[in-house]
Design a protein around this ligand. Sequence first.
Ligand SMILES: [Zn+2]
Length: 280
Amino acid sequence: MTELALMTWMDVATQAADAVLLVPLGATEQHGPHLPLGTDTTIATAIASRAAQQAGTGSPGASASGVFLVAPALPFGSSGEHEDFPGTLSIGQEAVELVLVEVVRSASRHVAAVVLVSCHGGNHEPVARAVHQLRGEGRLVTAWSPRWPGDAHAGRTETSVLVALDPGHVITEHVAAGETEPLATLLPRLRAEGVRAVSPSGVLGDPTNATATEGLELLDAAVADLLAHLDAVRTALLRRAGDADRTVPTGANPAPPSGTGARERRSPSGEPISPQEAEP
Ligand SMILES: [Zn+2]
């Protein structure tokens, strides 16, 4: 079992010291007239769950061993640019950052590492700031996001993934092209006036050719990429344990305590990912 919310504390206690906790980060925000408000949360949860189940199975790209658990998804994000659309629930960047810092601090009492699986672009900055602060505290935390090509929001990419994951909640008769200008061109106005000023339907892209086949391919690619990331995290954990064995006197607890002291003892190569990977 990998779902934290379905486990008891005793289940977790038997494996948590080595466990890596995946925290899916979503949003509750408009995704056009054809996709549900919880689209990002659905996607983040699906990718995290699939990766956790496949990790350690020995299949190609799933070599990382050990326990991977999936926390309940955070269903709220920083979605201010979508707030002109009914149903959007945004908690803003500061709240996202604070929630992540506290959740990871709490998780770090019992698990070895935390991976934030972020599938909402609006969370980019608070996620990066939270990771930066937590790593400064000596915690092993990373952030990962899917690197999908394609349109920006509720277009072909996200619609294909939703058709693959949850076709019953895609309203096909509402599927229509939105604003298809490149995001870079739209960004200044989008930031100043919000998405609704740029695209009355809320769609940035063209979902009309979305298919379940393409959605499955995108999902598989994302899960493989996350599995490679988990491999790197597991390698960093092993390296950290090795460092601790060499630096902690015999008889002492080899597990490095959290805090800056532990961080200073660790070699720079103990960091699992490069800074740019920590900032999806
Ligand atoms: Zn989305």
